[in-house]
Write a protein that binds this ligand. Sequence first.
Ligand SMILES: [Zn+2]
Ligand SMILES: [Zn+2]
Length: 192
Amino acid sequence: MNKDFEKAVEFHGHICPGLAMGYRVAKYVKENYPRSKDEELVAIVENKSCSLDAIQQMLGCTFGKGNLIFKDHGKQVFTFYSRDKGNALRVYFKGDILEGMDRMRRRYLKGQLDEKEHKEFEGLREQIIQKIITATEDEILSTREVDLPSPEKARIYPSLRCQECGEAFMEILGRTVDGKVVCKECFEKMVC
Ligand SMILES: [Zn+2]
Ligand SMILES: [Zn+2]
């Protein structure tokens, strides 16, 4: 196994087609979208599946750092914005390669496969991972430069203390109930 892929597998916890997809996207970005070491790369991701872990591990785009933005579109689309250059690269992972597996996946997830089918499914899965790893970029990726307004930087707000639970929270997320300033968690418990 390739070293970079190995590291991504270690981070993710298991080997799967989704992670292999993310690995190919991250590899492409590393090789074709060069940037200086300290430059911030922002990833705007349109799914929260396994592929995302390869993006985080290989490109250093994480929620904690604020350079990972999630849009719940359920698409294998990843857009990378370079703050230095002010341009963005959109990468779409073509799903065709997974089609052979989709046929059985629904039943697999429901635990409806018998032993023989289960083996078949595992074999298919392994083949697909191999295919994803070895495919040419043209076969699996569709990429283009896009115009994008600069993504907002993560902001840090002052803290307030919740008058219900006593825990500190980010001011902008505060709510008031019966004249008390409370955190969002308490607010939801008190009014819902
Ligand atoms: Zn996975
Ligand atoms: Zn509270």
